[in-house]
Ligand binder design. Sequence first.
Ligand code: 5GP
Ligand code: ZN
Length: 112
Amino acid sequence: MSDCLFCKIIAGEIPSSKVYEDELCYAFNDIAPQAPTHFLVIPKAHIGSAAEVCAENSAVVAHIFEVIAKVTKEMGIESYRIVSNIGEQAGQTVPHLHFHVLAGRDMTWPPG
Ligand code: 5GP
Ligand code: ZN
């Protein structure tokens, strides 16, 4: 999607700090980290949010969770939080599916 911030990051049109990349997904550090470790994992194919996940595109979500398990293990991170905001009220600001991976500090539950 030409007008999408995260599609532009995938295309290299906007610089980012890469954490991991393969043919299906891209992971990069969040520009405004909310924890000592805070990176985002996104599918390379544009999906607006988790609300648009369906039979045709859901395989990438399983793949992203495999990637998160692998990358956090490699980083030596044992405890972390995965967050995906859907829609404005939940705090979604970029309309391209992304999973926040947060670690390195105590976290509250329930979230604010
Ligand atoms: P959301 O609010 O949609 O759940 O998450 C969007 C995230 O993208 C936010 O945590 C925000 O800091 C991050 N973000 C927004 N613009 C950029 C950018 O240009 N580069 C990077 N690395 N992160 C961004
Ligand atoms: Zn996009």
